[in-house]
Write a protein that binds this ligand. Structure first.
Ligand code: 13P
Length: 263
């Protein structure tokens, strides 16, 4: 039976926009999408602001009854206790976060997050009723040595080994060489790795969850290239960095259906 996956366009703000700027940004984005009569049921939209913005975003989303979702860029694998500087999934849930990004390559690289830590954080997110957006991806060196899908599939395998077969997760394939470089993967490359990731989910947890799980592509996505990615059957959306900080550009990415025929 064919399963329809609702595409997800997600904006990872990284360490940009303070809480005041976040309010102005989300307001403008909501207006832009309202003017364009955006159907949130057809394409889900989420933003991932810094922790210090989340309360402001929550207040705005709830006051204006926005259909926009939001989440954090990381969480602790622990629930509470003496972990200075860490944020519990319980706190994110209390702010009505739907999602949390886990294992972004910048966390893996600058904070030495191992696959085991990423798996523990995924389990913590699920424990608190958050949907983890688990990031995987190979470096340029990995690509040369191991080919396109070996490293992302191996990274995801560690996570899949620790979650229940009915877990609600999103996977983001972000080749490290494509992040912030202006050099996106080709849609065919993205499709190939997303398909391999879906097969690995099917092998570990069964076909049903594999068909249900959304797999996003991330790395230099912009309005000009999103349609090419979204044409492919195993690419269910995008995790957007730099281009998610410009309201008009991000709004155009979200409205990819309107320019699907243009590439
Ligand atoms: P860019 O879109 O800036 O390449 O960043 C991608 C990314 O890392 C999203 O998480």
């Amino acid at each position: 039976m064919a399963v329809t996956r609702v595409p997800l366009i997600a904006g990872n703000w990284k360490m940009n926009l303070d809480h005041l700027q976040s309010i102005a940004f989300v307001q403008k984005l909501a207006w832009s999408l309202r003017d364009a009569k955006h159907d949130y049921a057809a394409t889900e939209v989420a933003v991932f602001p810094p922790y210090t913005d989340l309360r402001s975003v929550q207040t705005l989303v709830s006051a204006d009854k926005l259909e926009l979702r939001y989440g954090a860029q990381d969480l602790s694998q622990h629930d509470s206790g003496a972990y200075t500087g860490e944020i519990s999934g319980a706190f994110l849930k209390a702010l009505d976060c739907r999602y949390v990004i886990i294992g972004h390559s910048e966390r893996r690289q600058y904070h030495s997050e191992s696959d085991d830590v990423v798996a523990s954080k995924t389990v913590a997110a699920l424990r608190h009723g958050l949907v983890p957006v688990v990031c995987v991806g190979e470096t340029a060196d990995d690509l040369e040595k191991h080919g396109p899908s070996a490293v992302p599939v191996a990274q995801l395998a560690v996570v899949l080994g620790q979650i229940a077969a009915d877990a609600d997760i999103v996977v983001a394939y972000e080749p490290v060489w494509a992040i912030g470089s202006g050099q996106a993967a080709t849609p065919e490359q993205a499709q190939q790795v997303c398909a391999a990731l879906r097969e690995s989910i099917a092998a570990a947890l069964g076909d049903e969850i594999a068909q249900r799980t959304r797999i996003l592509y991330g790395g230099s996505v912009k309005a000009a290239n999103i349609a090419g990615f979204m044409k492919h059957r195993d690419v269910d959306g995008a995790l957007v960095g730099g281009a998610s900080l410009d309201v008009d550009e991000f709004s155009a990415i979200i409205r990819f259906r309107q320019h699907v025929g243009t590439v």
